[in-house]
Design a protein around this ligand. Structure first.
Ligand code: ZN
Length: 114
């Protein structure tokens, strides 16, 4: 007879441990505990997740072809990560997030204008 293995999960908030015969069972127990004991934290976490998902959706389609359309054919290479970081001195992700806003204007009227 094989020994039955329990699945153990630890609450990241208070370190309490939850067991189940399956991972799903343990997860369900922990989720119930999280909602009961750490409700505020759960709500906050969900909000952060939603915001992140929305931001990712907004950045969808921000590809070289689109950038080319925005900036014109002169800056085709702009969409390349090292080029962006070199020009702006900022992390690529940050530039990408701002590129559709005022930052685009700044680049066009400033750095890129010869
Ligand atoms: Zn907890």
């Amino acid at each position: 007879m094989t020994k039955r293995t329990k699945v153990w999960l630890t609450c990241s908030r208070c370190g309490r441990r939850f067991s189940g015969d399956t991972k799903t069972e343990a997860l369900n127990k922990m989720r119930r505990h999280l909602w009961k004991e750490h409700r505020d934290w759960m709500v906050k976490r969900i909000k952060v997740g939603q915001r992140k998902a929305r931001r990712e959706k907004e950045l969808e389609g921000l590809n070289p072809a689109l950038l080319k359309k925005i900036f014109g054919s002169k800056v085709v290479g702009f969409a390349e990560r090292p080029v962006i970081e070199k020009i702006t001195g900022k992390p690529y992700e940050e530039v990408k997030a701002q590129v559709l806003g005022f930052f685009a204007d700044m680049l066009m009227s400033g750095i890129l204008k010869q």
